[in-house]
Design a protein around this ligand. Structure first.
Ligand code: IMP
Length: 429
């Protein structure tokens, strides 16, 4: 089973970094296919913390090639600083282990400013963007005026493209938002320097992936954000600006759907969200504070406290459908330790009507009242557990129930942040 897509089943932050790092031990190639440095994947290896925003989380496994596909938007400053840090630590010795598609679009600093200025202007309807310029860069791409990574390598034609975009962006920054403008000459010099430094990492990644798949290599497609932040399937407009569902691996990496055999959905044993938008099972009081403290729920990219609540099986079922999950990874099971009772939402009541399906419209999701069933908690420390049979009875019953509600087998259970703190029921490849 050489091609596996791993995506988030909730609003991001499901612990994809840990799962991808763990699966990458068996992978030859790990591919990012959408989003940008709005993602923050936290990895704990031998007590050392690494947070990656652009480079695929497979990079910590020495045998892997890590690909940034055409569907990703790349901030060269962030990418180069991750490459520098990984090189300094001796993790990345050979540039051929990180491959960047020349077709990926470049995030310029004016788009970070515009992201923040526009979200501020939305006032109480703010999306709570990470301010990394992701949305405006995807807008430029779709408007067919974007600058791509390969363009950074062509200093001659780059000049005109930067001048044109800078004029339009500076006009909006100054005249609409009253924000400081950016100097096109300085940006051009910087962009040429980015191109010079990124050159050894740039490659046409489509044939590379085709070769890997033909040779039967294990290819892992690493999702960012999560299903309910997807631009089409999420809680629009409180979403990110890319598709996040498993199908995006095909368009964002450049492989046909017939080549993907398995899709792993990654979910926490509870739910979190950062930024604005509805969250039916959110706990705003003490229960939420307890989950936040136990799970250290603060954003890896912005440090913002995450909103916390119970597991939502209505969302999980919708995620299973739109992604075609073949298995689930249930993360942060250890965080539920000490809860006397653990609620799971199995349905919603919307305007008094019971529904088991995730609603179509935002206002229905905003009005949805979760219908809970409650499961017994457990007090044992799970971090040393490696076999399903060794989990406490209550934890096993919880996992069985999640599996039954989602209609998808739970293949991995995470019992701590470390690479090995994982209960494996089915091998991913
Ligand atoms: P943007 O992608 O920066 O435009 O942010 C749009 C929304 O998606 C905001 O609510 C962000 O908090 C959220 N978001 C974006 N990336 C992530 C992520 O990797 N994890 C969790 N939330 C994210």
């Amino acid at each position: 089973m050489p091609a596996l897509v791993a995506v988030g089943a909730q609003w991001g932050d499901e612990g994809k970094g840990k799962v991808v790092d763990w699966i990458a031990a068996q992978a030859d190639v790990v591919v990012r296919f959408h989003g940008g440095n709005n993602a923050g994947h936290t990895l704990w290896v031998e007590g050392e913390k690494t947070v990656l925003h652009v480079v695929p989380a497979g990079v910590l496994q020495p045998g892997t090639t890590n690909v940034i596909g055409p569907g990703v938007v790349v901030d060269p400053v962030v990418l180069l600083s991750e490459i520098d840090e990984l090189t300094r630590r001796g993790v990345l010795k050979d540039p051929s282990r990180v491959r960047v598609s020349g077709r990926a679009h470049v995030i310029f600093p004016w788009n970070c400013s515009l992201d923040k200025a526009r979200d501020e202007a939305r006032k109480e309807r703010a999306i709570g963007t990470t301010g990394r310029g992701i949305g405006p860069t995807y807008e430029d791409k779709v408007a067919r005026r974007g600058i791509r990574v390969a363009d950074l390598l062509e200093a001659g034609s780059l000049r005109g493209a930067i001048d044109e975009l800078a004029a339009a962006k500076n006009r909006e920054l100054r005249e609409v938002h009253g924000w400081p403008t950016l100097d096109a000459d300085e940006l051009y010099d910087e962009a040429v320097a980015w191109g010079r430094r990124l050159g050894p990492y740039v490659e046409h990644t489509t044939p590379l992936l085709d070769r890997a798949l033909r040779e039967g290599k294990n290819v892992l497609f690493e999702g960012a954000q999560g299903t309910f932040l997807d631009i089409d399937h999420g809680t629009y407009p409180y979403v990110t600006s890319s598709n996040c569902v498993a199908g995006t691996a095909c368009t964002g990496a450049g492989v046909g759907p017939t080549r993907i055999e398995r899709v792993l959905g990654i979910t926490k044993a509870y739910t979190t969200r950062v930024g604005g938008g509805p969250f039916p099972t959110e706990e705003t009081g003490e229960a939420g504070d307890t989950l936040r403290a136990a799970g250290d729920e603060f954003g890896a990219t912005t440090g913002r406290p995450r909103r916390c609540g119970w597991l939502d099986a209505v969302m999980l079922r919708e995620a299973a459908v739109v992604n075609g999950f073949t298995g689930l990874a249930l993360n942060k099971m250890d965080v539920l330790r000490g809860q006397r009772e653990i609620p799971i939402a199995t349905a919603y009541r919307v305007d008094g009507k019971l529904t088991h399906d995730f609603p179509m419209t935002l206002s229905e999701v905003e009005r949805a009242e979760p219908v809970y069933e409650t499961w017994a908690g457990f007090s044992q420390d799970l971090c040393g557990v490696r076999r399903f049979e060794d989990l406490p009875d209550a934890a096993r019953r919880y996992v069985d129930r999640v599996e039954a509600l989602a209609g998808i087998p739970v293949e991995l259970i995470s019992v701590g942040p470390g690479r090995d703190e994982t209960v494996v029921r089915t091998s991913p490849f």
